[in-house]
Design a protein. Structure first.
Lengths: 336, 371
């Protein structure tokens, strides 16, 4: 190794090594900006740390049963997040089932089918959809979507009740249709959360689809491909990372949605695997619901620890999504 | 012309072939529709609507508009495929099916968005026409009182002050973080970018909890507008950083190289070339973040109590805000209060919508390029 390395370093024909010392202003500039970048990291770390610290007294007080107990009964000293974690995943999965096809088709429509002149309008409509306050979606879901969703839920329960997921503890065939059994269910909450997942996932997918290489598109068209052929052969394979990453970012959003779920899901501290049936709880709705009456002490710490569970869940999902999206994106700057 | 002359005199069949051959030199028409396209679309839509209407409303015991629309759409897809398959090869059938499915999905999303906005305004316009809705607070007003009494001034002021503080904190931090990710770069910047991306979708509730544990529990601050503003700036920071970075990245690399080649330091290049070029994009980032943060409810629920009175001091006493007002109104279950809540929700939507109008204006007129 050393024998071969020596001649190379003394080779006069090789390119001169260029070492530039950055100007003092640049050193300050880079230092400051690196500091701010580090601050962002520290902030995220601090959020995790401060919430994680709360786990210690909680686990000390309730033991690891905190993660397996369903009830949130402070007086009875039985407090746990099992039902909430289950509910969060349940609502998020319902939301993804609805949001994924819609986000994908919307992104494809905007990149492939929309008239060129209308494209910026559609793009900003998706942005607008992301900016509509979640409480507005919550109200809309409670007053409008629920009325329509009930019929769909009843139909599903009627025909697919042999699947345990769609079972409802009432007879859907009975003449007096027991509406309260179907209202404020994980299904309805999932539909509302889907409204918030769609723009997020769609924006990521659209960004990636837009970058599908024009040369390959044109090649496919020149070979006589239809538009669907182009999508199938060029756009979708190229955008696979964006599709997966965008969906996972949406999952992170769905796990953390608070107010809309609080409005559309009636709070029951119990694992409820029947998605169409009234009642359930998610980690975030649990926290928001109980925060008002939480005093200092172990009840508050239990809520903050639930916050850490939520943080860990979403950060895990989002980081994986972020890695996938970043990897799928071509990194260089635009050239003139 | 002479070379094509024999073809003209040939039989009818071969002249058609020649025409086809000549047509091959013209570009393929991708966006245009033919009569066949339009007629089969309309025919399939009408046929399926009729069939589903008869089956759904007349013969089967179904009800509900949503169910009808879903059945209609599915029947339409079937009709459309069959109709196309009668006269076209499989790739074209697939193409039309894909187009119908994709356009249908996009239409559902668009309609849902439009309905959400319209519904809020329809339920909320009544309080908006009273001037006192903007100039009075709810102090001493019963929720069931006439809409001529009381208003949401306290919530408007709260939202304004909290957003102002949040912007003042998160805009400089976010833009510098974006500059770091895009201009300085390096391995550490990649880590920061991944984390920022992950933080963008961090639940807003978590920001509220974080502020509660640090500012309120550890530092003994009151639940106040300031605490809420810090929570909001934590939610805004990654949004600004991420979209500002996207804006910086589309600045042509040649401009940076030109700046550095003229002897400017990197800092000067960023300050005088990159940032002015990216100014419209940065404005977009800011407005998007404001629009997002204006509607956040969960962190306010935790970091800020609600009050019925106007409070302009962010450091002491709770401060109401529009989303919080809407939530409390919904929770109260009182019809009059809920109507006021919808009024406040409409105001929020007006805020968000006007942000997007400004965005469109910026996009249309990219000033800041010449500064």
């Amino acid at each position: 190794m050393t024998a071969t390395a020596l001649p190379v370093s003394h080779n006069d024909d090789g390119p001169r090594r260029i070492r530039t010392l950055p100007h003092p202003t640049d050193r300050i500039f880079r230092g400051v900006s690196r500091g701010v970048g580090a601050l962002v990291l520290v902030l995220t770390g601090a959020i995790g740390l401060f919430l994680a610290v709360q786990l210690i007294p909680v686990v000390h007080h309730y033991g690891f049963k905190y993660f397996t107990t369903q009830e949130w009964d402070v007086e009875g000293n039985r407090v746990g997040v099992a039902a909430a974690i289950f509910g969060s995943v349940e609502v998020a999965l319902v939301a993804l089932m609805v949001a994924f096809p819609l986000a994908l088709t919307t992104a494809l429509f905007i990149t492939e089918y929309a008239p060129r002149r209308l494209k910026p309008l559609f793009v900003s409509m998706v942005d607008l959809m992301a900016a509509v306050p979640s409480i507005v979606y919550g109200l809309w879901g409670f007053y409008i979507l629920q009325g329509q969703g009930l019929n769909v839920a009843r139909w599903l329960a009627e025909w697919f009740s042999f699947i345990p997921l769609f079972k409802v503890d009432s007879d859907p065939h009975s003449a007096p249709f027991l509406k309260p059994q179907f209202t404020e269910s994980a299904f309805i909450a999932g539909l509302v959360v889907a409204m918030m997942v769609i723009p997020l996932a769609c924006a990521v997918m659209r960004g990636v689809f837009d970058q599908a290489p024009a040369g390959e598109r044109e090649a496919a068209l020149a070979l006589g491909s239809t538009r669907w052929g182009v999508i199938q052969a060029v756009v979708l394979p190229f955008g696979r990372g964006g599709i997966i990453g965008g969906t996972m970012l949406g999952l992170g959003r769905a796990l953390g949605e608070t107010v809309a779920v609080l409005i559309t899901l009636s709070q029951i501290d119990k694992i409820n695997p029947h998605v169409l049936q009234n009642g359930g709880v998610t980690v975030s709705s649990l926290i928001a619901d109980h925060f008002g009456d939480a005093n200092r002490g172990v009840q508050l710490e239990a809520l903050l620890a639930a916050g850490f569970v939520l943080f860990a869940m979403t950060l895990f999902v989002n980081t994986i999504a972020g890695i996938i999206v970043t990897r799928s994106r071509s990194g260089a700057t635009t050239e003139i | 012309m002479t070379t094509t002359a024999p073809a003209r005199h040939a039989s009818n069949r071969s002249s058609v072939a020649a025409d086809r051959f000549e047509g091959a030199d013209q570009p393929r028409r991708l966006g245009k529709t033919t009569l066949d396209d339009r007629l089969s679309l309309a025919g399939a839509a009408f046929g399926s609507a009729s069939l589903v209407w008869v089956l759904y409303y007349q013969m089967l015991p179904f009800a509900g508009v949503l169910g009808f629309l879903v059945c209609w759409y599915l029947a339409f897809l079937g009709f459309y495929v069959l109709l196309t398959a009668m006269s076209h090869p499989v790739p074209l059938v697939l193409d039309r099916l894909a187009q119908a499915v994709i356009a249908g999905g996009a239409a559902v999303v668009g309609l849902a968005l439009v309905f959400t906005i319209l519904y809020t305004f329809v339920r909320g316009w009544r309080p908006l026409v009273h001037l006192n809705f903007y100039t009075k607070d709810m102090g001493g007003v019963q929720p069931s009182d006439s809409l001529k009494r009381g208003g949401v001034l306290h919530a408007i002021a709260g939202t304004g002050i909290e957003l102002g503080i949040a912007v003042a904190v998160s805009l400089p931090l976010g833009v510098v973080a974006a500059i770091y990710m895009s201009e300085v770069g390096g391995r550490f910047a990649k880590i920061v970018r991944t984390v920022v991306e992950a933080m963008t979708a961090l639940p807003d509730l978590i920001a509220g909890l974080f502020v509660y544990t640090t500012l309120i529990l550890a530092l003994g601050l009151q639940r106040s507008g300031l605490a809420a503003a810090v929570a909001l700036s934590i939610t805004m920071l990654p949004i600004i950083a991420r979209s500002a970075e996207l804006a910086l990245r589309v600045v042509p690399g040649g401009l940076r190289e030109a700046g550095v080649a003229l002897g400017a330091t990197q800092w000067r290049t960023v300050w005088q070339v990159v940032l002015p070029t990216a100014a419209p994009g940065l404005a977009t980032a800011l407005i998007l973040a404001i629009a997002r943060a204006a509607g956040e409810t969960a962190p306010l629920l935790i970091a800020n109590g609600d009050s019925q009175y106007l409070n302009l001091n962010p450091t002491s006493n709770p401060m109401n805000s529009l989303p919080l007002f809407v939530y409390k109104a919904f929770k109260s279950g009182d019809p009059g209060y809920i109507q006021r809540g919808f009024g406040a929700a409409s105001l929020l939507l007006v805020l968000v919508l006007s942000a997007f109008v400004i965005l469109r204006l910026i996009a249309r007129n990219p000033s800041g390029r010449s500064r």
